[in-house]
Design a protein. Structure first.
Length: 254
């Protein structure tokens, strides 16, 4: 995903900030995270280019330790990007096993003996992706036979517990690839009663990674593309995608 293609999904005001970056000043901070105890807040900046002044959203990470903030601002200025992690042979074997599964129940049985602490972010994201694919394929072929009654069926507690476990692993990983895969999967997941909560969790995880400067520019562009169709309301998609403009500027400078 190129920078130019990604910027097509941003609003004109956000594109004004990216091409070219201009002088900005902060306005009052507003709470962004709807989850109690969230670690992301939202503020805004006024960007001036010539006679045009625009207000753009900026995502900031809440700080508990002010000395850590000072350390980050005054000493640690290097960009630390998360390098793509190569899959281990065990991960490849597990993910390959997903391709032999014919329904979500078989994926649950495959992963059930494995302790959650040993399930990696890549395995969790691929498992979620495969579950959504299998469920959507089944429902497309059997519109009058949407499964109910089994513990692993859509909207069941058993399924929700597995999905929540996957999201915990993905969101705590700071692995941009796994988070992007999770965003794509949750967008297509039509069988979770808590889909909006799942979306909010993954979006917050992405924004934390961007503010921590661990997401490469290429992945930020992919994220903008995903968020451009993330919600049914196109306006809401634009508002969310615009929050990544600061990450584009930050990474393009390096």
């Amino acid at each position: 995903m190129s920078l130019l293609r990604a910027c097509k999904h941003l609003s004109p005001l956000a594109r004004l900030a990216v091409f070219p970056p201009a002088v900005a000043r902060l306005s009052a901070v507003r709470d962004f995270s709807s989850r109690k105890g969230g670690i992301i807040s939202e503020t805004s900046v006024f960007v001036q280019s010539g006679h045009k002044i625009a207000e753009l959203p900026v995502v900031v990470k809440k700080v508990k330790d002010v000395w850590e903030l000072y350390r980050r601002m005054g000493i640690d200025t290097k960009v630390k990007q998360a390098l793509p992690k190569k899959l281990s042979e065990e991960e490849k074997e597990i993910i390959s096993g997903f391709n032999r599964c014919y329904n979500s129940s078989s994926i649950f049985r495959l992963l059930e003996p494995i302790p959650s602490s040993e399930v990696t972010p890549q395995v969790a994201s691929q498992a979620y992706k495969k579950i959504v694919e299998l469920e959507n394929t089944f429902e497309a072929r059997n519109p009058n036979n949407v499964g109910k009654g089994r513990a692993d069926q859509p909207h069941s507690f058993f399924r929700s517990a597995f999905i929540c476990s996957f999201l915990d692993i993905i969101c705590n990983s700071k692995d941009p690839g796994a988070i992007l895969e999770g965003l794509t999967s949750v967008m297509r997941d039509q069988n979770s009663d808590d889909q909006d909560i799942y979306k909010a969790r993954l979006l917050e995880a992405l924004l934390v990674c961007v503010t921590d400067r661990v997401v490469p520019l290429q992945d930020i562009c992919k994220a903008v593309h995903i968020l451009s169709v993330f919600y049914p309301d196109h306006k809401e998609c634009c508002l969310v995608a615009d929050k990544l403009w600061f990450g584009i500027i930050d990474q393009s400078k390096s």
